[in-house]
Ligand binder design. Structure first.
Ligand code: ZN
Length: 243
Protein backbone atom coordinates (compact mmCIF):
# COMPACT_ATOMS: atom_id res chain seq x y z
CA UNK A 1 0.00 0.00 0.00
CA UNK A 2 1.37 3.40 -0.97
CA UNK A 3 2.18 6.03 1.65
CA UNK A 4 -0.64 8.57 1.62
CA UNK A 5 0.74 12.10 1.96
CA UNK A 6 -1.30 15.29 2.29
CA UNK A 7 0.59 18.54 1.67
CA UNK A 8 -1.04 21.50 3.40
CA UNK A 9 -0.04 24.96 2.24
CA UNK A 10 -1.35 28.32 3.35
CA UNK A 11 -1.03 29.44 -0.34
CA UNK A 12 -1.09 33.21 0.22
CA UNK A 13 2.41 34.50 -0.68
CA UNK A 14 2.25 32.79 -4.08
CA UNK A 15 -0.88 34.76 -4.99
CA UNK A 16 0.05 38.13 -3.48
CA UNK A 17 3.79 38.59 -4.19
CA UNK A 18 5.26 38.57 -7.69
CA UNK A 19 8.67 37.27 -6.70
CA UNK A 20 7.11 34.30 -4.89
CA UNK A 21 4.79 33.67 -7.83
CA UNK A 22 7.87 33.44 -10.06
CA UNK A 23 9.45 30.77 -7.86
CA UNK A 24 6.27 28.78 -7.11
CA UNK A 25 3.76 29.67 -9.87
CA UNK A 26 1.24 27.01 -8.83
CA UNK A 27 2.06 27.10 -5.12
CA UNK A 28 4.56 25.54 -2.73
CA UNK A 29 2.16 22.60 -2.25
CA UNK A 30 2.37 21.69 -5.93
CA UNK A 31 6.19 21.85 -5.87
CA UNK A 32 6.22 19.50 -2.86
CA UNK A 33 3.71 17.22 -4.58
CA UNK A 34 5.98 16.96 -7.63
CA UNK A 35 8.95 16.33 -5.34
CA UNK A 36 7.28 13.44 -3.53
CA UNK A 37 4.91 11.69 -5.91
CA UNK A 38 6.09 8.26 -7.07
CA UNK A 39 4.91 4.64 -7.15
CA UNK A 40 5.30 4.35 -3.37
CA UNK A 41 3.81 7.72 -2.45
CA UNK A 42 0.45 9.25 -3.34
CA UNK A 43 0.03 12.96 -2.68
CA UNK A 44 -3.05 15.11 -2.24
CA UNK A 45 -2.95 18.80 -1.40
CA UNK A 46 -5.02 21.06 0.85
CA UNK A 47 -4.96 24.83 1.33
CA UNK A 48 -6.25 27.45 3.74
CA UNK A 49 -8.94 28.72 1.38
CA UNK A 50 -10.66 25.34 1.11
CA UNK A 51 -13.61 24.41 3.30
CA UNK A 52 -12.23 23.34 6.71
CA UNK A 53 -8.77 24.13 5.27
CA UNK A 54 -9.15 20.97 3.18
CA UNK A 55 -8.47 18.94 6.32
CA UNK A 56 -11.75 17.19 7.04
CA UNK A 57 -11.77 14.16 9.31
CA UNK A 58 -12.14 11.99 6.23
CA UNK A 59 -9.03 13.48 4.60
CA UNK A 60 -7.00 13.10 7.80
CA UNK A 61 -8.17 9.52 8.31
CA UNK A 62 -6.78 8.77 4.85
CA UNK A 63 -3.48 10.55 5.54
CA UNK A 64 -0.37 8.75 6.79
CA UNK A 65 1.87 11.81 6.65
CA UNK A 66 0.81 15.46 6.72
CA UNK A 67 3.24 18.14 5.54
CA UNK A 68 2.62 21.70 6.75
CA UNK A 69 3.80 25.00 5.21
CA UNK A 70 2.33 28.25 6.53
CA UNK A 71 3.58 31.74 7.37
CA UNK A 72 1.29 34.77 7.25
CA UNK A 73 -2.07 33.35 8.23
CA UNK A 74 -1.42 30.85 11.02
CA UNK A 75 -4.18 32.53 13.04
CA UNK A 76 -6.81 31.79 10.39
CA UNK A 77 -6.53 28.03 10.79
CA UNK A 78 -9.58 27.20 12.94
CA UNK A 79 -8.93 25.60 16.32
CA UNK A 80 -11.21 22.68 15.38
CA UNK A 81 -8.92 21.86 12.45
CA UNK A 82 -5.85 22.10 14.70
CA UNK A 83 -7.57 19.77 17.19
CA UNK A 84 -8.33 17.27 14.48
CA UNK A 85 -4.72 17.23 13.26
CA UNK A 86 -3.44 16.99 16.84
CA UNK A 87 -5.51 13.87 17.53
CA UNK A 88 -4.45 12.24 14.28
CA UNK A 89 -0.82 12.72 15.35
CA UNK A 90 -1.67 11.20 18.73
CA UNK A 91 -3.14 8.28 16.76
CA UNK A 92 0.03 7.77 14.76
CA UNK A 93 -0.08 10.11 11.73
CA UNK A 94 3.33 11.54 10.83
CA UNK A 95 3.67 15.34 10.67
CA UNK A 96 6.40 17.27 8.86
CA UNK A 97 6.52 20.99 9.66
CA UNK A 98 8.55 23.01 7.19
CA UNK A 99 10.28 26.37 7.67
CA UNK A 100 7.85 29.02 9.00
CA UNK A 101 5.50 26.28 10.20
CA UNK A 102 7.55 26.65 13.40
CA UNK A 103 4.97 29.30 14.28
CA UNK A 104 1.86 27.31 13.27
CA UNK A 105 -0.82 26.53 15.83
CA UNK A 106 -0.37 22.79 15.37
CA UNK A 107 3.41 22.83 15.86
CA UNK A 108 3.20 25.04 18.95
CA UNK A 109 0.46 22.85 20.41
CA UNK A 110 2.50 19.70 19.89
CA UNK A 111 5.64 21.29 21.30
CA UNK A 112 4.03 23.12 24.23
CA UNK A 113 6.56 25.99 23.96
CA UNK A 114 6.62 29.34 22.13
CA UNK A 115 8.70 27.96 19.20
CA UNK A 116 10.08 31.50 18.75
CA UNK A 117 13.46 32.07 17.08
CA UNK A 118 15.79 34.75 15.70
CA UNK A 119 15.51 35.57 12.00
CA UNK A 120 16.55 37.92 9.22
CA UNK A 121 16.34 37.75 5.48
CA UNK A 122 19.34 39.12 3.57
CA UNK A 123 19.84 36.36 1.00
CA UNK A 124 22.84 34.69 2.64
CA UNK A 125 23.72 31.05 2.06
CA UNK A 126 23.27 28.34 4.67
CA UNK A 127 25.44 25.38 5.41
CA UNK A 128 23.70 22.31 6.83
CA UNK A 129 25.73 19.88 8.91
CA UNK A 130 24.34 16.34 9.00
CA UNK A 131 25.20 15.43 12.58
CA UNK A 132 23.46 12.02 12.63
CA UNK A 133 24.48 10.46 9.30
CA UNK A 134 23.17 7.03 10.37
CA UNK A 135 19.64 8.40 10.84
CA UNK A 136 17.10 7.18 8.25
CA UNK A 137 16.25 10.78 7.26
CA UNK A 138 19.93 11.43 6.45
CA UNK A 139 20.44 8.53 4.03
CA UNK A 140 21.94 9.70 0.75
CA UNK A 141 23.09 13.04 2.15
CA UNK A 142 26.68 14.29 2.28
CA UNK A 143 27.99 15.26 5.74
CA UNK A 144 27.61 18.92 4.81
CA UNK A 145 25.61 20.61 2.11
CA UNK A 146 24.99 24.19 1.09
CA UNK A 147 21.79 26.03 0.30
CA UNK A 148 22.53 29.00 -1.99
CA UNK A 149 20.05 31.38 -0.38
CA UNK A 150 17.91 30.94 2.70
CA UNK A 151 16.26 33.04 5.37
CA UNK A 152 18.37 32.99 8.55
CA UNK A 153 16.74 31.19 11.47
CA UNK A 154 18.88 31.33 14.62
CA UNK A 155 18.96 30.17 18.22
CA UNK A 156 17.47 30.23 20.56
CA UNK A 157 14.77 28.20 18.92
CA UNK A 158 12.34 27.75 21.79
CA UNK A 159 11.49 24.09 21.35
CA UNK A 160 11.59 21.19 23.79
CA UNK A 161 14.88 19.30 23.48
CA UNK A 162 14.36 17.13 20.37
CA UNK A 163 14.16 13.35 20.76
CA UNK A 164 16.42 13.16 17.71
CA UNK A 165 18.58 16.11 16.60
CA UNK A 166 19.88 15.24 13.17
CA UNK A 167 20.91 18.46 11.40
CA UNK A 168 22.38 21.82 12.31
CA UNK A 169 22.25 24.96 10.17
CA UNK A 170 25.07 27.54 10.07
CA UNK A 171 24.82 31.00 8.53
CA UNK A 172 27.71 33.27 7.48
CA UNK A 173 26.34 36.03 9.72
CA UNK A 174 27.35 33.87 12.68
CA UNK A 175 24.10 32.24 13.68
CA UNK A 176 23.44 28.52 14.21
CA UNK A 177 20.14 26.64 14.30
CA UNK A 178 18.74 23.19 15.05
CA UNK A 179 17.53 22.67 11.48
CA UNK A 180 16.39 19.05 11.60
CA UNK A 181 14.60 17.72 14.69
CA UNK A 182 12.30 14.77 15.47
CA UNK A 183 9.91 14.36 18.39
CA UNK A 184 7.54 11.56 19.38
CA UNK A 185 4.08 12.77 20.30
CA UNK A 186 1.55 10.11 21.26
CA UNK A 187 1.86 7.39 18.62
CA UNK A 188 3.03 9.89 15.99
CA UNK A 189 6.35 11.31 14.90
CA UNK A 190 6.88 15.00 14.21
CA UNK A 191 9.77 16.23 12.05
CA UNK A 192 10.72 19.90 11.81
CA UNK A 193 12.95 20.97 8.89
CA UNK A 194 14.00 24.60 8.60
CA UNK A 195 14.81 25.33 4.89
CA UNK A 196 12.02 26.58 2.64
CA UNK A 197 11.65 30.38 2.58
CA UNK A 198 9.11 31.29 -0.09
CA UNK A 199 11.33 33.56 -2.21
CA UNK A 200 14.02 30.93 -2.89
CA UNK A 201 13.45 27.85 -5.09
CA UNK A 202 14.81 25.41 -2.52
CA UNK A 203 11.93 22.95 -2.91
CA UNK A 204 12.55 22.91 -6.66
CA UNK A 205 16.29 22.86 -7.28
CA UNK A 206 18.05 21.58 -4.17
CA UNK A 207 18.38 17.82 -4.43
CA UNK A 208 19.59 17.44 -0.82
CA UNK A 209 16.50 19.18 0.52
CA UNK A 210 14.34 16.89 -1.63
CA UNK A 211 16.21 13.87 -0.24
CA UNK A 212 15.54 15.01 3.33
CA UNK A 213 11.82 15.48 2.76
CA UNK A 214 11.45 12.22 0.79
CA UNK A 215 13.27 10.30 3.54
CA UNK A 216 11.27 12.06 6.25
CA UNK A 217 7.96 10.94 4.71
CA UNK A 218 9.11 7.33 4.99
CA UNK A 219 10.47 7.83 8.51
CA UNK A 220 7.45 9.48 10.12
CA UNK A 221 4.81 7.34 8.44
CA UNK A 222 2.92 5.11 10.89
CA UNK A 223 4.11 1.51 11.10
CA UNK A 224 0.59 0.35 10.20
CA UNK A 225 -2.37 1.95 8.46
CA UNK A 226 -4.56 1.80 11.52
CA UNK A 227 -6.34 3.83 14.15
CA UNK A 228 -4.85 3.36 17.60
CA UNK A 229 -6.99 3.99 20.67
CA UNK A 230 -5.69 6.89 22.73
CA UNK A 231 -8.34 6.88 25.46
CA UNK A 232 -7.95 5.09 28.81
CA UNK A 233 -9.09 1.47 28.66
CA UNK A 234 -10.48 -0.45 31.67
CA UNK A 235 -8.50 -3.66 31.49
CA UNK A 236 -9.65 -7.14 32.41
CA UNK A 237 -6.89 -9.16 34.13
CA UNK A 238 -4.61 -10.80 31.56
CA UNK A 239 -3.86 -13.63 33.99
CA UNK A 240 -6.20 -15.16 36.57
CA UNK A 241 -5.59 -13.47 39.91
CA UNK A 242 -6.86 -14.25 43.41
CA UNK A 243 -6.51 -11.42 45.92
ZN1 ZN B 1 10.58 32.48 5.57
Amino acid sequence: MAIRVTVWNEFVHEKTEDRVKEVYPDGIHMALKRMLECDEVTVRTATLEEEECGLTQEVLDETDVLIWWGHMRHGLVPDEVVDRVYWRVMNGMGLICLHSAHNSKIFKRLMGTTCSLRWHEIGEHERIAVIDPAHPICQGLPLHFTIDHEEMYGERFDIPTPDELIMLGWFPTGEVFRSGCVWRRGHGKVFYFQPGHETYPNYVDNENIATVIRNAVRYVMPAQHMQIRTDCIKADPLEPYQA
